[in-house]
Design a protein around this ligand. Sequence first.
Ligand SMILES: Cc1cc2nc3c(=O)[nH]c(=O)nc-3n(C[C@H](O)[C@H](O)[C@H](O)COP(=O)(O)O)c2cc1C
Length: 221
Amino acid sequence: MEFHPEALSVANRYKLLIGAIVPRPIAFVSTVSTEGVDNLAPFSFFNGVGSNPMTVLFCPGNQPDGTEKDTLRNCKPIEEGGTGEFVINAAVEAYASAVAAAAEDLAADESEFDLVGLTRKRSQLVRPPRVAESPFALECQTSEVIRTNPGRPGGGNVVLGRVVHVFIRDDLVNDRMHVDPDKLRAIGRMGGLGYTTTRDRFEMPRGRDALAGGPPLAEDD
Ligand SMILES: Cc1cc2nc3c(=O)[nH]c(=O)nc-3n(C[C@H](O)[C@H](O)[C@H](O)COP(=O)(O)O)c2cc1C
């Protein structure tokens, strides 16, 4: 099948994005509102951007009525009415159900920390607390928000953040800064209600040497 995106409903475009762009890493984002209420929510439209300066992005889409999600309202730059800060916490197997539960649409004056039973830990350089149970946390200052369709349902927003402080649990990383995936136990997002662990992995050399190998074949191949 081939489609022009405009010929698809917005809902079907969304289903193709989340079903075909898989697996996606999950940012478990903590923010604080200008009124001081902290917020925690998962975002799988998430990635690293660059390492000099150390920069990440995540994408809180607009609500069905076109308004901003609490996370975006909280972390957008001060000039746009936000606090300009957020923390990316890990999404890991140990509290996977809390990650999914934090997507609950709470009133702006209620905190998902209390709903999901995770612990607030004071951050070093930004106001939003990090998740104490999280094996790593990136404290970020928002550099910019790029809006693809402001005020409209289905519109996306790219939040670019400069990492100003890194926490990583000692046992997770060696002195060469290699992170042990078996200790991190990150989870990823698939389409629908699907998730993935990071336990089924394989290695390949980089470049032309990779042509000699490949992933192990599934049993029914
Ligand atoms: C694993 C997972 C990943 C999600 N990823 C996104 C995402 O990338 N963008 C988005 O707008 N919403 C995403 N959501 C939905 C938000 O978490 C949900 O709308 C949440 O209520 C937003 O919280 P807030 O209004 O406190 O910011 C995701 C939900 C789950 C469970």
